[in-house]
Write a protein that binds this ligand. Structure first.
Ligand code: PMP
Length: 434
């Protein structure tokens, strides 16, 4: 097993100064048995090197944004150029318009766009806009979907039938939690029940149209169509959180993805984006139908602002990233690698008698330690956490970096090669056997 003594040393130092030693709780190893997380030192393409100079193949992709691999030359050049021209103006810039046009072309439901700094901000603002537009306060969300850390959407983890107002975090007033209704994903009956009961008060139904936060989970056929129909019958808006799914599976988002037969039947009113569209720099964006977006200041009464919003560096990196992704064959290549990798993982697991369910959507997939399908949060919760933790640690020791949570996906990037896949399958054979 690799020595990670320098990571351990830095972790004990970090604990003295940074709460929990990490700047996002998802980076801690709490869910995989604790101890020092790996401190990475540099990254190039599909690979990481830690502070002890161990090399890892990266499937974390920084929780999604790094789809072109680390330090992609085209993205790096855009960032360097932006830095040389000044990173923050506090004025409009031309590239913001170009990037807004790119997003609109790829996701036509977004008539008007606004850039912010994170997925959290983008989602938070879509809710404010929906409330301003409808004059209603409640939102419906789906159990296990993560929408950032704003108060309203941290009310989440209800399982079973629709639940009202159980916060996942301290510090959220019950008055806010009571504005949120949680329904199981893929459960149209549950949604109907919630809308029958609270429909007149619901501003929006918010969903990850393809889930990325309890594994990769497709909506069952008809789920998004039904969701849109039921929401609109109740006079509520539909908000898609495409922070993970934007530009993930093809040059577009879940709402324009080829797996869905009728795009007009699943079009949301508002969309939140983040991650990939910043090319590795901080970004978020939201947009939607013109008359709804015109609720936003300075045109309308819903306020949203940002000192860093639409900053030239993030916008330049985002445009460069989208340019790489718009090249022909890019998504097909990630898809093919993911097919080969998941076939190899499945075979290795079978050979060792470890039951796994693998949910793959193009170049992203999740490996669940269970023998049942994973179609909602409850089923994801029932998977084997101990086996995942053990697999995670084995893989890390064999030079494969995954997210330290059984709920997170593996992400292929444009930088992964057949050699990386072979190495990963060989590691997985050992890890499953162990
Ligand atoms: N929505 C979804 C679907 C996400 O996965 C995330 C982050 N994992 C967010 C929102 C929040 O984005 P950020 O971390 O950029 O605030």
């Amino acid at each position: 097993s690799k020595s990670r003594s320098r990571s351990e040393q830095l972790y004990s130092e970090a604990l003295q100064h940074i709460v929990g030693g990490v700047n996002s709780p998802s980076r801690s190893f709490k869910a995989v048995g604790g101890g020092a997380p790996v401190f990475m030192n540099r990254a190039q393409g599909a690979h990481f090197w830690d502070v002890d100079d161990n090399r890892y193949i990266d499937y974390l992709a920084a929780y999604g944004p790094i789809i072109t691999g680390h330090a992609h030359p085209h993205v790096t050049e855009a960032i360097v150029r932006a830095a040389q021209n000044g990173t923050l103006y506090g004025t409009p810039t031309e590239l913001e318009i170009r990037m807004a046009q790119m997003l609109k072309e790829a996701i036509p439901s977004m008539d008007k766009v606004r850039f912010v700094n994170s997925g959290t901000e983008a989602v938070m603002t879509t809710i404010r806009v929906a409330r301003a537009y409808t004059g209603r306060n409640k939102i419906i969300k789906f159990a296990g979907c993560y929408h950032g850390h704003s108060d309203l959407v941290l009310v989440a983890a209800g399982s079973g039938p629709s639940t009202l107002g159980i916060p996942d975090s301290a510090g959220i007033p019950s008055s806010i939690a009571h504005e949120v209704i949680t329904v199981p994903f893929n459960d149209l009956d549950g949604l109907k029940e919630a809308l029958d009961r609270w429909g007149g008060e619901v501003a929006a139904v918010m969903v990850e149209p393809i889930v990325g936060n309890f594994g990769m989970v497709m909506p069952q056929p008809g789920f998004l169509e039904g969701l849109c129909t039921l929401a609109r019958q109740a006079g509520a808006l539909v908000i898609y959180d495409e922070v993970i799914t934007g530009f993930r599976f093809h040059y577009g988002s879940a709402q324009t993805y080829g797996a869905f037969p009728d795009h007009s039947a699943i079009e949301p009113d508002l969309t939140a984006l983040g991650k990939i569209i910043g090319g590795g720099l901080p970004i978020g964006a939201y947009g939607g139908r013109k008359q709804i977006m015109e609720q936003v200041a300075p045109l309308g009464p819903a306020y949203q602002a940002g000192t860093m919003a639409g900053n030239p560096a993030s916008i330049a990196a985002g445009i460069a990233c989208l340019e790489v992704l718009s090249e022909p064959g890019v998504y097909e290549r990630m898809d093919a690698l993911a097919v080969r990798l998941t076939d190899g993982l499945r075979t290795a697991a079978e050979r060792s008698g470890v039951p796994v369910t693998i949910n793959r959507i193009r170049g992203s997939f999740s490996v669940h330690f269970c023998d049942h399908p994973v179609t909602n949060y409850e089923e994801a919760q029932l998977t084997d956490s101990e086996q995942f933790a053990s697999f995670f640690r084995q893989m890390l020791d064999l030079g494969v970096c995954l997210a330290p949570s059984k709920y997170e996906a593996w992400f292929l990037t444009t930088a992964h090669t057949d050699a990386d896949i072979d190495e990963t399958i060989a590691a997985a054979e050992q890890a499953f056997a162990a």
